[in-house]
Design a protein around this ligand. Structure first.
Ligand SMILES: Nc1nc2c(ncn2[C@@H]2O[C@H](COP(=O)(O)OP(=O)(O)OP(=O)(O)O)[C@@H](O)[C@H]2O)c(=O)[nH]1
Ligand SMILES: [Mg+2]
Length: 321
């Protein structure tokens, strides 16, 4: 009370006090108006606003704008996302970001059950193709769905053995093929499976021979190439890579290493720039922890984890962030 009176004068009254974890005690105080003033101006009969009252909660759109900058979303895409928020009445920042993502991107997670076409994981070296195949195999094996697994990675030393280590544990037969004709034969063998997954060797998107070799595998049968794109690349580089893989037929992008990067701007830029749909996301090296089927809300939550924690805390304590 002494502190409050020092600041607001002798007419000050304490309206509310509340203990806040890690902060101390928050005191809301007001200055009492005299009776005559209240009678003349009924509008101020309510407790007058105080210099210590709760600040207005921040605008969700401002929080999204801040997040897009932090994620290094390139300026033009950033502007488009912000423009798309103009007509949206967002309740909270995650909902606002999800709405912008929904407006500008397509989300098509890989099938959890039967897949119509075999899926070939393609992409730059080291992006996470083999680990992704292992995760998809494990998902099928857990659901007791018959799965066909083929590796075309006879290029890198140890490429086959790496996948074999997983298929052995899952008691799956791994077929290995060296050329497009052999792939076509292996796909015939795996025809009865609910899903057929094909691993491929890492390819340099800027090397024409590399990309031609890969295209030869893709056109050998009715295969869907899915680009595996790691987070953490330069945004312009990611867009150019995505374009190169789109040219050989990729329409979806599975993003990896989300646990190893803090900025997802390059992934948004790649998907938007090359017109690829988001499929699933990988955020762990653990095969058993699998993949995350992306939706606008899930991606928005992943882009604003602090915001999520803050909202949960606010719900529990009844405060605004
Ligand atoms: N932390 C983390 N590591 C990942 C993730 N995905 C893949 N990795 C790791 O990245 C490395 C490369 O993964 P691979 O699956 O071998 O990548 P690849 O695309 O098959 O590589 P190449 O066949 O050499 O082109 C491995 O050490 C993986 O464990 C992920 O989501 N998070
Ligand atoms: Mg590999």
């Amino acid at each position: 009370m002494r502190l409050v009176r020092e600041v607001l004068g002798d007419d000050a009254i304490i309206v509310a006090t509340r203990e806040e974890e890690g902060v101390g005690v928050r005191v809301t105080a007001a200055i009492e108006e005299d009776e005559g003033m209240m009678a003349v101006h009924p509008a101020i009969a309510a407790p007058s606003p105080s210099r210590f009252s709760e600040p207005a909660p921040p605008d969700p759109v401002d929080i999204v704008s801040e997040a897009l900058l932090q994620h290094g979303v390139p300026a033009e895409l950033n502007q488009r996302m912000m423009d798309s928020l103009a007509d949206i009445d967002a309740r909270d920042p995650v909902a606002a970001l999800a709405a912008a993502l929904d407006h500008l991107f397509t989300f098509q997670p890989l099938p959890d059950g039967r897949a119509v076409r075999p899926i070939m994981l393609v992409g730059p070296p080291g992006g996470g193709k083999t680990l992704t195949v292992a995760k998809l195999c494990a998902r099928c094996a857990l659901q007791k769905r018959p799965v066909g697994v083929i590796s075309t990675d006879t290029i890198r030393a140890g490429g086959i053995e790496q996948l074999q280590a997983f298929t052995r544990v899952l008691k799956l037969r791994l077929m290995t093929v060296e050329d497009p004709t052999a792939l076509s034969d292996a796909l015939e063998v795996a025809r009865g499976s609910e899903q057929v997954l094909v691993d491929s060797a890492g390819r340099n998107p800027y090397n024409m021979n590399d990309m031609k070799d890969l295209r030869d595998f893709i056109v050998a049968a009715d295969i869907e190439p899915v680009l595996v794109m790691p987070a953490g690349l330069d945004a312009v580089e990611a867009v150019e890579m995505a374009h190169a893989f789109r040219q050989i037929g990729a329409r979806r992008m599975l993003v990896t290493r989300l646990d190893m990067a803090r900025r997802y701007g390059s992934l948004l830029a790649a998907a938007h720039g090359a017109g690829l749909a988001f499929a699933d996301a990988s955020a762990t090296t653990k095969v058993a922890d699998g993949l995350i089927a992306l939706t606008p809300t899930i991606l928005a939550r992943m882009m604003m984890p602090d915001q999520q924690a803050e909202q949960r805390r606010a719900k529990q304590t009844g405060t605004h962030a």
